[in-house]
Ligand binder design. Structure first.
Ligand SMILES: Cc1ncc(C[n+]2csc(CCOP(=O)(O)OP(=O)(O)O)c2C)c(N)n1
Ligand SMILES: [Mg+2]
Length: 729
């Protein structure tokens, strides 16, 4: 390479070409050409049915290669999207790595054959695992930048610690790293794009947004997605940004623009937005045919802007390389791509037995006995409250948050209204908000506004940023204000948070805790403040789901959730927050309860009643009446955690009683009880003396008028009726 350049270039050209050395231009050409070569080789493999999906970077190479060259792999952080082959190649992902992805080999370093090709991941290079979901990664980039800033200000937080998730998370930070977040122009229509811009701007984060504008989102042209057809015009008023709009097919212009943008970020001046106009030379992917929606003239005019053809011409015209030298270089690169493909086709495939690997943390099992610390300590905790007297669930959750924040400097708490007051000076005269249910009260005052703060009013923002924080080793304990409003975050929860570890074959993880008030029985909560829906989350692999029914369990389970290495949905029943039922003494700062261990809250011999959450006190009431009025002895099992759940406890009890009811507040059909009932029917059929009975809400939403709510949600009388019927069966 070196010889080829030096023999070809004139002294003038070698000195500088628009500020770029000839050598650098040849290097850019080499990477662009190799990227295209890998795409073309993959297309061939796909046509031969040796691979299963192909999407190319063709037309984006100049923008992508120069973005990589302007930044530092393994130092800066990268959140690419699926079209970023040339970017990742220039960062250091090898052609062989890419071909391993294409064939789905076991050694595919991005995912071990789990993700489609071009869904990038490399811990070494700081390329965080990306999904197919458009724009979700932008919020991860924001959280990543926040974490980097936090660690640089609190280096003690980066230290390893034994006994919790921190033992498995190495933290790297420099204090001036830039976070690159790439996105197509069509995807800028997603709310998550705007949510990411919002926080990056507000917090002056070093995020470099790179919009790769090829004019199409599959078949949808830019003017349909972007009012006025130009995203730069729409974002121009975001404060603190450095903006640039460039010809994304011109590597010299791109490099200059991205370098300036990166300097702005690195210097701590805020985020940057580089909008590159490139071309999509091939169809969206091999599953698409752009002749179906683009005119021939348009496709031809794009072809004339092919960045590789243009740079090639320039290298020749400027006398940097001769035609034979270029051909020699290209031949070598073609061979490199072909060889990578050949080798990858020989690579061993993933084993079937490896499928469950990395759904959950292999390092820290939240069911393990180290989380069973039953001792009740009576010392005063540092929030100043005496450990005497019975405390509510709300209290003991708040106390647990205080304890854990004191113990672990990696914890940040944020969400809507969780701070005492964003305008700190107000706290001189006001007592502070601390959450709409006051569960986070006093945390900001105790641990500062860097660790406890209000998020913007956007649930995807809350969870998406948490993913970014967590991949850097932080422990976000976020609040979704009401379960009823978790849905904007559902995409992040299902497609990002919960699958991060599995899809990256164990390279990345997002062990976030999401605290979520849930449930009804409040009177007047209605549709938007009273819903349940936990089974939608227990249906997500990779996510732990916890739902305590009393103060002590809430305290111990929240502590385990925070110390664990998996993402946890921690469901707090609003009706139980301040109920006299289930109050407890403060059990001390190390009290923890392992996941997957149910509690027998009432021993019995004749009927097993499996339940959780607000149905626990209601089932207890029904069981007492069953005993008193009908002489029926019911055993009640409070599952406490819904994923994992304690099958042994259920099976042991059913073997004893031979009759079982599963009761929950959520709707009956397709509810959590359906799964438990089906498993009992499957595995314990011979133990049963009667069919498995289920109790749940009516298959409607929860209504405002109390007589309707009472009829919709299961009441103690419904439980009693089921007990009596089942006993008589
Ligand atoms: C949330 C989501 N919705 C829909 C899709 C399907 N999809 C994949 S790529 C794409 C178009 C993206 O266009 P753009 O952002 O311009 O990027 P480009 O592919 O043009 O580079 C769509 C609709 C998806 N992957 N994710
Ligand atoms: Mg596009």
């Amino acid at each position: 390479m070196e010889a080829a350049i030096s023999s070809a270039r004139s002294p003038e050209a070698a000195a500088s070409l628009d500020g770029l050395s000839a050598q650098k231009l040849v290097e850019i050409y080499r990477l662009m050409y190799l990227s295209r070569g890998i795409d073309d080789r993959e297309i061939l493999l796909k046509r031969q049915q040796k691979t299963y999906f192909q999407i190319s970077a063709a037309g984006h190479e100049a923008l992508q290669v120069t973005a990589a060259l302007a930044l530092k792999p393994g130092y800066d952080w990268f959140f690419p999207y699926y079209r970023d082959r040339a970017l990742c190649l220039a960062l250091g992902v090898t052609p062989y790595d890419m071909m391993l992805q294409a064939v789905g080999a076991a050694a595919d370093p991005a995912s071990g054959g789990r993700q489609m090709p071009t869904h990038w991941s490399s811990r070494e290079l700081h390329i965080v695992s990306t999904s197919s979901s458009t724009a979700t990664q932008l919020l991860h980039a924001v959280g990543c930048a926040e974490a980097g800033r936090y660690f640089s200000r609190h280096p003690e937080a980066a230290e390893r610690a034994e006994g919790d998730y921190r033992a498995f998370h190495d933290v790297e930070f420099h204090g001036d790293e830039v976070v690159l977040a790439c996105v197509g122009e069509g995807s800028t229509s997603q709310g998550e794009f705007w949510e990411a811009m919002n926080t990056a701007s507000n917090q002056k984060l070093p995020v470099l947004f790179l919009v790769e504008d090829n004019g199409y989102a599959i078949s949808v042209p830019v003017e349909v997605n972007t009012p006025g057809g130009n995203i730069s015009r729409l974002v121009a008023n975001f404060p603190n940004f450095h903006f640039a709009e460039v010809d994304g097919t011109d590597p010299v212009a791109c490099l200059e623009a991205i370098q300036a943008a990166a300097e702005h970020c690195r210097a701590g001046h805020g985020p940057a937005f580089v909008h590159g106009h490139c071309v999509r030379l091939y169809s969206h992917s091999m599953s698409d045919d752009d002749k179906n929606y683009r005119s021939a003239a348009e496709r031809e005019s794009d072809a004339l802007r092919d960045p590789i053809a243009r740079l090639r011409l320039r290298l020749l015209e400027e006398g940097i390389l001769t035609a034979p030298e270029l051909e020699g270089l290209e031949l070598g690169l073609d061979r490199e791509a072909a060889l990578a493909a050949e080798r990858a086709l020989e690579a061993p495939l993933p084993t079937i037995s490896s499928i469950p690997d990395f759904v959950y943390s292999p390092d820290l099992d939240p069911t393990q006995s180290s989380f069973a610390t039953e001792q009740v300590q009576s010392q005063e905790n540092q929030s100043g409250q005496k450990a005497s007297g019975l405390r509510t669930m709300a209290d003991l959750i708040n106390v647990c948050l205080h304890d854990e924040m004191r113990r672990d400097p990696r914890i940040v708490v944020y969400g809507e209204d969780v701070a005492d007051a964003s305008r700190e000076q107000a706290l001189k005269e006001a007592k502070g908000k601390g959450g709409v249910f006051k569960l986070t009260a006093g945390l900001q005052t105790a641990y500062g506004s860097e660790r406890v703060f209000n998020s913007v009013l956007a649930e995807a923002n809350i969870v998406g940023r948490a993913v970014g924080y967590a991949v850097r080793g932080m422990k976000p304990v976020v609040e979704i204000q009401f379960f009823d409003y978790i849905w904007p975050a559902m995409h992040q929860i299902r497609n990002e948070l919960s699958v991060m570890r599995w899809r990256s074959n164990g390279a990345w993880a997002a062990p976030v805790v999401m605290r979520v008030p849930i449930g009804g029985y409040l009177t007047g909560g209605s549709i938007y403040h009273s819903q349940s829906g936990e089974s939608m989350f227990t249906h997500i692999p990779g996510l732990r789901v916890v739902m305590p029914s009393n103060a002590l369990d809430a305290n111990g389970l929240l502590r385990t959730a925070i110390r664990s290495d998996d993402p946890v949905l921690f469901l707090e029943h609003k009706r139980l927050y301040r109920e006299p039922y289930g109050r407890a003494q403060y059990p001390g700062p190390d009290f923890a309860i392992p996941f997957g261990k149910a509690k027998i809250v009432r021993p019995g011999t004749q009927i097993t009643l499996v339940t959780y959450g607000a149905l626990v006190p209601r089932a207890l009431q029904a069981a007492q009446q069953a005993e008193r009025l009908h002489g029926i002895d019911v055993e009640i099992i409070d599952l406490r955690t819904l994923n994992p759940y304690d099958w042994e406890a259920i099976a042991g009890s059913v073997r004893k009683t031979s009759r079982v009811i599963v009761a929950h507040e959520d709707m009956l059909s397709w509810g959590y009880g359906a799964e438990i009932a089906a498993r009992i029917a499957d595995e314990l059929f011979s133990e049963l003396d009667a069919p498995v009975k289920r109790i749940g809400a009516m298959d409607t939403f929860v209504a405002y008028q109390p007589i309707l709510e009472d009829a919709i949600l299961p009441q103690p009388e419904d439980v009693l009726k089921a007990i009596v019927e089942l006993k008589a069966y």
